[in-house]
Write a protein that binds this ligand. Sequence first.
Ligand code: ADP
Length: 483
Amino acid sequence: MNKYAAELLDVCGQAVLVVDPDTLLVEYANAETGMLFECNAETLLGRSMFDLDTGLQEQFFWEEIRSGLTSGAPRLEGTLRTLRGLERHVVKTVSRRTLAGRTRIVVTARDISSERAAEELAARSASLFAATLESTADALLVLDLIDRVLHFNRNFAKTFGLSLEQIESRESRSILEGARAGFDTPEAWDALLTLGRQEPETAHRQTLALSDGRWLDCSQRPQNLHGQVIGRIWSFSDVTDRMRREEALLAARDAADSANRAKSQFLSAMSHELRTPLNAILGFSQLLELDDLPSQRESLQTIRQAGEHLLALIDEVLDLARIEAGRIDLRIQQVSVEEVVAEAIALTRPLAQQHDIEITAEIPSNLIAMADPRRLRQVLINLISNGAKYNHQLGTVTVRARPGSPATCVTIEIADTGIGIPAEDFDKLFQPFSRIPNAPHHVEGTGLGLALVWRLIQLMSGNVRVESELGTGSRFIVELPAG
Ligand code: ADP
């Protein structure tokens, strides 16, 4: 072979070997062959193909070549071992040629190890992807941008009860039809599918009912590849339990609401009915008191006191019922805190005097709150009377007010030096008819005052809370929007 041809063969980009057809010994190997076998090409000369092409199939193949049963193969894929023992994937051609008048076997080979590795990697990630889809609890469906089904998992087929035929057909139309048929209102599913097609970059989600009573949360997200949306991934999760619980909760809430409305209406009607005869009893007992008959004085006083207590109770029940039925009209306006506190103190002073309690007030004169003045007075009367009722003898009730923090609110504090309230009873305080067993039995009360206070203050967009120390006293803190 001349030098030019030899150099050309060395740079032709694949391994070329010439083999004696009878002995299968290598007669020629170009430089590329040396690289393939990790040796100098010359060391290959004189070696047998049985030593170089070591796979079992290859051994048979070379045996057939030697015995003339085959003249070669256009393209063969296989492995070969380098002289250092490394295994390489190659694609080779083996052909019988006449070179310079002699029959020779010409072998060409190309290393495809890295291509194979890439293919294996791709296959592994594809099966990993499929396994991941299978092991998710949700039903999954992958669509391209024109609603062709690219993939779905077994859960999807199970959720929509797809037939074996539909699954095996892998036909987009049949699969989507199968899913559509499962929905209670297939039009809702159509609309969701259309939305996904029209806005593939956006995530969409909706809970839809299936015709067999189950509920599915259908959620669709864009599938991105290199920053581009190439399709959409749908996931469907069974939310039947959650929907049933929500339905039951809604039904229970509606039932409770209507029972509550009925109760409020009943209370409101009853309170009116009770009030009329009671006013008559009170009026007539006052008239009789004017006669001042010593024998009747005590009995009349008892009738009047009992009547007044009952009237207070009815008024509070009526107010609560009105609030709960949403039938209370508040006239929120700018209110001088100083004035309302002064009125409330004036009205509670007789009660405080009965208990030997002193009431004092520290109110800045320019303090303005947004409130209904009549209702705020009612709140303050309740809190100040409680301060007086649940106090020690010769105790005090102090009403303080100041701009709150933030300055958008006003704080009014009613502090007493009384018996205090156990901390564990704080949250019961504002519930109707809850009287805390901290007070001596003879203290009169309905257990409704604080419930009213809480509701009225809430309606005036304010807040009320309590701080207390047993035996030392309590502090009710009312916060209202500043005017
Ligand atoms: P009542 O008509 O019984 O006073 P309230 O709703 O006004 O009803 O108060 C509920 C209960 O909270 C009272 O029965 C009393 O046990 C307790 N309470 C209220 N205010 C005070 C206070 N300033 N000090 C101690 N206990 C109080």
